[in-house]
Design a protein around this ligand. Structure first.
Ligand SMILES: [Fe+2]
Length: 163
């Protein structure tokens, strides 16, 4: 017998890498994200990040923790000497500041796709540590809604990923 607990959230089960290119939300030149779970209860989100050659995810700090799993390609942070490659697991502790790059010359990949679980926020900072912007689950939802409306998928394509 299958018992559904009262009040439990709806599950999600779907292909993570979409067939439809429009599902990728542009974030910066050569940087896109594909939302998988937008959790407004915990203030966290889960997405695929795709970065192609010469793409840079601007310098940012995480007030909370992040985990990642590299599905394809390779990337690194300008602030560290390790390279995350296909199959790598990454933990970014609270307080960590970094700038993500795909560097074909150094790491041999033109593209990367990584599954990231992000909690709280990403706070973008300049060279002196001054805040230049931020993202949280609500700004992510807004970005998705704008993009999905613009490309004809409709906002409902985002709503089904919100909990
Ligand atoms: Fe990060």
């Amino acid at each position: 017998m299958i018992v559904q607990l009262p009040g439990i959230q709806r599950e999600i089960a779907m292909p993570a890498i979409p067939d439809d290119e429009r599902v990728w939300v542009p974030q910066a030149p050569n940087v896109w994200f594909r939302p998988l779970l937008l959790n407004t209860v915990t203030g966290s989100w889960c997405n695929l990040l795709r970065v192609r050659r010469s793409g840079v995810l601007s310098r940012h700090i995480h007030p909370s923790w992040v985990t990642g799993y590299v599905i394809r390609g390779a990337w690194r942070y300008l602030e560290h000497d390790w390279v995350a490659r296909e199959g790598s697991f990454v933990y970014e502790p609270p307080g960590e500041i970094h700038t993500l790059v795909v560097d074909e010359a150094a790491d041999g990949a033109q593209e990367m796709i990584t599954l990231f679980n992000i909690h709280g926020a990403m706070v973008y900072v300049d060279e002196d540590g001054r805040q230049t912007g931020y993202e949280d689950v609500f700004s992510k939802i807004a970005m998705c809604r704008r993009h999905y409306e613009a490309v004809g998928l409709g906002a409902a394509a985002v709503d089904e990923l919100i909990r």
